[in-house]
Design a protein around this ligand. Sequence first.
Ligand SMILES: [Zn+2]
Length: 366
Amino acid sequence: MPVPPKDSTSFLEKMIATPSPTGFEARIQKLIRAQYEQYADEVHRDVHGNQWFVCNPKGSVRLMLSGHVDEIGLMVRYIDGDGFIWVTRIGGTDPVQLWGSRVNVHTKNGPVRGVIGKKPIHNTPPEDRTKGPKLEDIYVDIGSKDKEETLKKVRIGDPITMAVGFERLPNDFAIGRAMDDRVGAFVVLEAMRKFSGLLKKKKNPDCALYAVCSVQEEVGLRGATTSAYTINPHVGIGVDVGFATDYPSENKKQIGEYKLGLGPILHRGANINPPLADMMEGLADKHSIPYQLSGDGGVTGTDAGAIQISRGGVAAALVSIPNRYMHSPIEMVSLQDLEYSSELLAQVAINLKQSQSFIPEPNLPE
Ligand SMILES: [Zn+2]
């Protein structure tokens, strides 16, 4: 089973190690630029912090691939008289996951280590022991003696991320904070690297590839919205994590069946352009790339949702990397799924033709 090359996997590890809470993505964009600009003809940035690489800009069909580089976290809201930090959420952080964790407060002088504390079970009334915390119960303790000491280091509005890195597990599984959506951005970048290799063999392909590292997805798909407007793509594919359901407590009857290591999740439904979906399934079959199908009755809460309704409409699709324990500090993915996904997207890019229509035709038997 294929996994990304060693250099690429160690770069993914660096991406995970680099904190990138929503609204504070510039550092990871710089890291990515240094690694991947060698594969692109152009690099662009915008005022929101989006960054995109263009391969073969003369191509007549603009394909936008988008993976978001922001991550959920917390933010300093208030510092009390004893120097404890009270927080607000960045994106969909789950307070239940937080007690007992180490965190980093990202200050102008670098990260400050803290912990999310809680009184011991002994001192918790029996009726409260089984209850999870609410956001208002969560505070960060950086070991200060008083408010003045905290204020010397921390500023209101400093973002906070979990102090958890990347780790390999058996079966090419990996865990880490913010697999959502470092792995999606990584797949987009790897697809570009592969496409740039394929370009050397194929003369004048129709596809101009726009590999977007979007920002602010976790607070409403904002980076994909604005970058799609600027790029004005004909075809747009979001790459994000999707719910794996191959572990205890997930409900396959409601969510569907998705396993780690069985390939990307390809979606069907109103958010997805049918000819594009057919093309992607066809290319996956042709190149023996496994995939898992998802039926989505409404709009997916991903960059694909924003790209689809940019300007006069874009032929959109979504590739999801199966992910266990979404929005926790120990999200788990399969490295094999990353390789399958970037391979499929590189094939989509190299096979895109100007003559291909993405206007849906009747596709249900009468
Ligand atoms: Zn995401």
